[in-house]
Design a protein around this ligand. Structure first.
Ligand code: DX5
Ligand code: ZN
Length: 224
C-alpha cells in the first residue's frame, strides 16, 4: 500500500470540521478522528453523532481512533455508521479478537492501538485478526505533545513481527508526527502517519500533508 497520511482533526477548528476535511482532501489518504470519553483518557472530544455528520461532509475515508472504555460495546457503531477504519485500544478491550472480527464483519478495517508502555510482543498471534496496528508515540489524550523517541524500538519490533507474519497489516504511528519526526518513524517501519497539530496549526494544511508524505517516502526508500 505504501505510505499513507491521516490528518487528525483534533486540533482543527471543531466548529468547522467540514472545512478542515476539505483542506486536506486532495492530499490525504484518511481523515483521523479522535474519540475520547474522559475515562480511558483525561479528555473529552466527540462521539458517534459528530462522526456520522463528518462522514456525510467528506469524501475521505474516516479513520476513527477510539480512546474510550468498553470499546467492545461502542466501537461497532462507528463501523455501522460507515467509518473505513475503526481502532480500539487493547488496554480497554475485553475481547479484542471478538471485537476485531465484529468490526470486519460490519465492513470496517479493524485497528488495534497500544499506548507507549504497552508491549507489542504479546499480540503477535492477533495480527491475522487485524488490518492495522497503531503504536502511540505520545500518551493518548491530547494533541500537540512531543514525539516519544522511546517508542521507536517498539515500532521496529512491530515491523519485524508484521513482516514475519507476512499479511497485510498497516503500522500506524500517532502523536508528535511532524516533518521533523516523520522520517525516523518511517525509517523504523511505520507506514501510516497521523498528524494533528503539525497539519492544522499552520496556514496550509495540504502543504504539510505533502511534506509528511515526501519525508516518509524518502526515509522508507532509504531503508528499503
Ligand atoms: C492524541 C491523538 C492524536 C492527536 C495527535 O491522543 O490520538 O491523534 O490528534 O496530535 P499531534 O499530531 O498534535 O500529536
Ligand atoms: Zn489519534
Amino acid at each position: 500500500m505504501g505510505i499513507q497520511i491521516s490528518p487528525s482533526i483534533l486540533t482543527a477548528d471543531l466548529a468547522r470540521l467540514a472545512e478542515a476535511a476539505a483542506a486536506v482532501e486532495p492530499d490525504a489518504d484518511w481523515l483521523h478522528v479522535d474519540v475520547m470519553d474522559n475515562h480511558f483518557v483525561p479528555n473529552l472530544t466527540l462521539g458517534l453523532p459528530v462522526v456520522e455528520s463528518l462522514l456525510k461532509a467528506t469524501a475521505l475515508p474516516v479513520d476513527c481512533h477510539l480512546m474510550i472504555d468498553d470499546p467492545d460495546r461502542w466501537a461497532p457503531g462507528y463501523a455501522e455508521a460507515g467509518a473505513g477504519s475503526v481502532t480500539f485500544h487493547v488496554e480497554a478491550a475485553h475481547a479484542p479478537v471478538r471485537l476485531a472480527r465484529e468490526l470486519r464483519r460490519l465492513g470496517a478495517r479493524a485497528g488495534m492501538a497500544l499506548k507507549p508502555a504497552t508491549p507489542v510482543e504479546p499480540y503477535e498471534d492477533l495480527l491475522p485478526e487485524l488490518d492495522m496496528l497503531l503504536l502511540m508515540t505520545v500518551e493518548p489524550g491530547f494533541g500537540g505533545q512531543p514525539f516519544l523517541d522511546v517508542v521507536l524500538p517498539k515500532v521496529r519490533r512491530a515491523r519485524q513481527l508484521i513482516d514475519r507474519y507476512g499479511g497485510q497489516v498497516w503500522l500506524q504511528v500517532d502523536g508528535g508526527i511532524s516533518p521533523a519526526t516523520v522520517e525516523r518513524a518511517a525509517a523504523a517501519g511505520a507506514d501510516v502517519f497521523v498528524a494533528g497539530s503539525a497539519v492544522y496549526a499552520g496556514e496550509d494544511p495540504a502543504a504539510v500533508v505533502r511534506a509528511l508524505r515526501a519525508g516518509a517516502e524518502a526515509a522508507a526508500a532509504a531503508g528499503a
